[in-house]
Ligand binder design. Structure first.
Ligand SMILES: C[S@@+](CC[C@H](N)C(=O)[O-])C[C@H]1O[C@@H](n2cnc3c(N)ncnc32)[C@H](O)[C@@H]1O
Length: 235
């Protein structure tokens, strides 16, 4: 059942980082007109959630969630190569949301819904339990300073939230080009009772099939920060 957080509860999920960026007037107008129709609304269960996508055979669709889609390069790529599947993207950065909408329009993808809010809040309010087949988290902000580690997306409470909303056997993939954050992710996921590393002897995973190197990742490659990947399964 959907829940609605009180203003005080919402305050607990402060989102750090850029929210608006540079939005040209025509992009702001485009967003104002088109975002409402693409916005994810709350649903009681997976079936009701899939019904929002108007797929011909929703029961055959996998339900994906990308958290922090940035400018939407990877999400639109996934939506194009899996037109039968349904995708939800969460981000707070409006310039990126605008870029995603333009990409989806250019490639005629109609299988993506968007939530513009802190991921923890969207998970709590809009994503029913036992509904997600795939969760993708690529290059979340690393918050490298120790005093900022509490701002990191990957935390025990966050893993609890995604686990509850994933189907059994569902997979979560993560990537980061920040070596210390990759170790942090690995430790948190290995320690979580609901998740199992798909890599038999533990450790990092190969780059996913059909990978797309985003402009954000290219900056890391230039700065000599290779990406590390993780792939865990919900028990
Ligand atoms: C470093 S960018 C990576 C973008 C993209 N995944 C890529 O690989 O190009 C991180 C993104 O996560 C978003 N973000 C950070 N914290 C978030 C949160 N708590 N909820 C939703 N989005 C968040 C930021 O707005 C930003 O767009």
């Amino acid at each position: 059942m959907p829940i609605t957080l009180t203003p005080d509860e919402r305050q607990r999920y402060k989102t750090h980082g850029r929210k608006r960026g540079f939005l040209k007037a025509k992009d702001a107008e485009h967003l104002k007109v088109n975002l409402p129709g693409l916005t994810l609304v709350e649903s009681n269960d997976r079936e009701m959630l899939l019904a929002q996508f108007k797929q011909e055979k929703p029961e055959e669709s996998k339900l994906w969630l990308e958290i922090g889609f940035g400018n939407g390069e990877y999400l639109s790529h996934l939506a194009a190569i899996h037109p039968q599947d349904c995708f939800i993207g969460i981000d707070v950065f409006l310039e990126g949301v605008s870029a995603l909408l333009r990409r989806l329009e250019r490639q005629d993808s109609v299988n993506v819904k968007v939530a513009v809010d802190n991921a923890n809040i969207v998970l709590l309010e809009k994503i029913p339990l036992n509904s997600l087949d795939r969760v993708v988290i690529n290059f979340p902000d690393p918050w490298p300073k120790k005093r900022h580690h509490k701002r990191r997306l990957v935390q025990k409470a966050f893993l609890d939230l995604i686990s509850q909303r994933m189907v059994s056997g569902g997979q979560v993939s993560l990537a980061t080009d920040w070596a210390e954050y990759s170790e942090w992710m690995l430790e948190h996921l290995e320690a979580h009772e609901d998740f199992l590393n798909t890599i038999t002897n533990g450790g990092f995973a190969p780059q996913p099939e059909n990978w797309l190197t985003t402009s954000f990742q290219k900056k890391g490659i230039k700065a000599n920060r290779p990406a590390r990947h993780l792939l865990f399964q919900k028990r």
